[in-house]
Design a protein around this ligand. Structure first.
Ligand SMILES: Nc1nc2c(c(=O)[nH]1)N[C@H]1C(S)=C(S)[C@@H](COP(=O)(O)O)O[C@H]1N2
Ligand SMILES: [Mo]
Length: 408
């Protein structure tokens, strides 16, 4: 059930020719260079969805500049937009990470196909109505992009990285309602031989460095699939919005964002190990402190963010700073804030600690320029460091972020 360990095993099997990757060869792995251009495959078939119109924007919901910073097909939440929003991130400001674009899907025509050598019988299909009639479950969980914070490798550490230069807004917490993947797999006739379950998205094929990598997909081990994975059809009490995976997405608590496949099309249940570009080429750590063939991205690191605009201007005098901290290892044990570059004082936790911990810190500044810092320690005792080792794709930036503000 450990993500890094699972990926390491499958990588070894893939390189030894023991894991199937659907046309994605060792050679295409070598040919791809990290972070090179991406685009929508021309004429890509998008099964079951309405073909994308040339004029369709990559993200369908409004992206007002008060709420989002837009990077091509992706949009990052502005942290100042989370102040006063409560524990969950409202859908109108939840970040969007699209490899290509949000497909428009007709829920009445949609079918979930479940097939593969890991089933006792033949393929099974489920309609949206049938899925909604199965026993439901809800979970409050974060979805966080593995590259969240990537921009700080460059702006704080002076290092070159490729990929979207997110600040800290590629994370969100929502209340997801849906059917446990275990319920669906058992109904479909999971065999004892099954080892992997691969959710496949309905969005257009992803093309990187001129190579068509096929639909966005990433396998999960059966253990994790049966443990706590949800096939979600609601987000914060309403049907999933198109940009977040309508009609049905996967939610994989604790794993990096790419595991939570949106616009679910198919589930392949396999008795042989599976592999996809999303755990070979992408989501690996390459750099001076990592092995030559890279290390697989494991859990999310500990992070903290102030609910303030970047380079915010604040009035002098008594006020309360607010923020949130979170960790892939579990709960947050302690948060400290520094406003003077030297001393650290505890922040006060507010609200529940599930998925992330909100906190506040009273401050009484005189006019001037300040660098605010927040650092969290999680339940495993890991504290955010001053710097993190470089990796070329800019994953897992967990260092303390230096947040500039001006008090007038
Ligand atoms: N089908 C599909 N699923 C996907 C993606 C995608 O592009 N296509 N992006 C993944 C990535 S990299 C992340 S971080 C999360 C983002 O979820 P969100 O857009 O709902 O915030 O979705 C994941 N699921
Ligand atoms: Mo991501």
């Amino acid at each position: 059930m450990d993500e890094a360990q699972y990926d390491r095993t499958r990588l070894g099997q893939f390189l030894a020719g023991e894991a199937r990757a659907d046309g994605f060869s060792r050679r295409s792995l070598m040919r791809l260079s990290a972070g090179v251009g991406l685009g929508v495959a021309a004429g890509a078939a998008v099964g079951g969805s309405v073909p994308a119109q040339a004029a369709d924007p990559p993200i369908l919901k409004p992206l007002p500049p008060e709420l989002f910073t837009v990077f091509g097909t992706n949009a990052e939440t502005k942290w100042e937009a989370l102040r006063g929003t409560g524990h969950l991130v409202p859908v109108d400001r939840f970040f969007v990470r699209n490899h290509t674009l949000t497909p428009r899907i007709d829920a009445d025509a949609w079918r979930l196909r479940i097939s593969g050598s890991g089933l006792r019988g033949g393929p099974v299909e489920l309609t949206y109505r049938e899925l909604r009639h199965l026993p439901a479950d809800t979970v409050t969980a974060a979805v966080e992009c593995a590259g969240n914070g990537r921009g700080f490798f460059t702006s704080q550490q002076g290092q070159a990285v490729s990929g979207t230069a997110w600040k800290l807004g590629a994370v969100g917490v929502a209340r997801w309602k849906g059917v446990r993947l275990s319920t669906v797999l058992k109904r479909a006739g999971l065999s004892r031989a099954a080892v992997d379950v691969q959710p496949v998205g309905l969005d257009p094929n992803f093309v990187s460095g001129g190579v068509d990598l096929g639909p966005v997909r990433r396998p999960l081990p059966v253990g994790k699939a049966l443990h706590d994975v949800l096939l979600a059809y609601e987000m914060n009490g309403a049907p999933l919005p198109p940009d977040h995976g309508f009609p049905v997405r996967v939610v994989v608590p604790g794993w990096i964002g790419i595991a939570s496949i949106k616009w679910l099309d198919e589930l392949e249940v396999s008795a042989e190990p599976l592999f996809s570009p999303w755990n070979t080429q992408f989501y690996r750590l390459f750099g001076p402190t990592y092995p030559a063939d890279g290390e697989l991205v494991g859990r999310q690191t500990v992070k903290s963010a102030f609910e303030l605009a970047w380079e915010a201007t604040l009035p002098a005098g008594r006020q309360v700073l607010t923020g949130r901290s979170w960790s892939g290892n579990g709960r947050i044990r302690r948060v400290e804030v520094s406003t003077d570059g030297r001393t650290w004082r505890p922040a006060r936790p507010t609200g529940p600690g599930a998925a992330w911990q909100r906190w506040e810190y009273p401050w009484h500044p005189a006019p001037g320029a300040y660098t605010l810092r927040a650092r969290a320690t999680d339940v495993t005792g890991v504290t955010q460091p001053e710097t993190v080792p470089h990796n070329t794709l800019g994953y897992l930036f967990g260092a303390i972020v230096r947040h500039p503000v001006t008090v007038v």
